[in-house]
Design a protein around this ligand. Structure first.
Ligand code: OAD
Length: 232
């Protein structure tokens, strides 16, 4: 095996599925029950803020009762012990990676447990509801929105992600369908800069052909096995 020092891991909804948080595009997934255009765009929020806030209030409540699973725990263990560079980029807006102890983490699509003030730009940890238009803790304006990257908005920390992809030796994608860019293109970026690429997913993702290796199964089984392998 080539010498591996720098690792980038991309995670998606599939890593939290065994924690009871539904995915977006599997049968019965969230986007079968709600239209993206109704709840996950800035236009939807402008048109019907109550609908959007209620949708995210419910999801914020749900994730707080979910628990990290074996995949989150083993990535946190890898984060704590890996001597080289390691970046976990998650598309997930739950907090299960950090609750398991992961530290080198980028939430590129935002976080459920954060509220963003449209009046003063402050971000504050948020665990309760937004539908009742609570005041911003910083400026007092009732101008809080979910700190979630909606379709049509720019994902967070793109510069850091690009830099990590440029110098990684191994890129691992876990539990993502490869349907949403820019994350779906990271495998090709990492490969372009010379990384080995590995996919761990329940089924082949849309970008499966771009990976050197694909392993199919549940994240709760595959991720601990892979972490054990890489640390051996
Ligand atoms: P998807 O719902 O599109 O894909 C989830 C993937 O996880 C699928 O390929 C499943 O086969 C796989 N999967 C399901 N259960 C699994 C398990 N137990 N173990 C391993 N894999 C499993 O979710 P994402 O790819 O994360 O964006 O979606 C990307 C983005 O689209 C989300 O961040 C969200 C969504 O719209 C925003 O809201 C901005």
């Amino acid at each position: 095996m080539v010498d591996i020092r720098n690792i980038v891991i991309l995670t998606g909804a599939g890593i939290s599925a065994e924690s009871g948080i539904g995915t977006f595009r599997d049968a019965g997934g969230l986007w079968e029950q709600h239209r993206v255009e109704d709840v996950a765009t800035p236009e939807a929020f402008a048109r019907n803020p109550d609908l959007v806030l209620r949708f995210y209030d419910m999801r914020r409540e749900n994730i707080q009762s979910a628990q990290p699973n074996a995949a989150h725990w083993s990535l946190a263990h890898l984060d704590a012990t890996w001597p080289g560079e390691l970046t976990i980029i998650t598309q997930n807006v739950d907090d299960l990676h950090e609750r398991a102890g992961a530290r080198r983490l980028i939430h590129m699509h935002g976080e459920h447990l954060s509220a963003w003030c449209m009046a003063c730009d402050a971000r504050n940890e948020w665990r309760s509801t937004l539908l009742d238009r609570p005041p911003c803790p910083d400026c007092g304006q009732p101008a809080l929105r979910p700190d979630i990257v909606w379709f049509g908005e720019m994902p967070y920390r793109m510069d850091e992600i690009e830099a990590a992809l440029r110098c990684c030796d191994l890129f691992v994608s876990i539990g993502t369908s490869g349907a949403v860019y820019p994350a779906a293109g990271y495998v090709q970026t990492a490969r372009y800069y010379g990384a080995r690429t590995l996919e761990l997913n329940l089924e082949p993702s849309q970008g499966s052909v771009f990976f050197h290796e694909s392993r199919m199964g549940k994240a709760g089984d595959l991720v601990p096995q892979w972490v054990e392998e890489i640390l051996a």
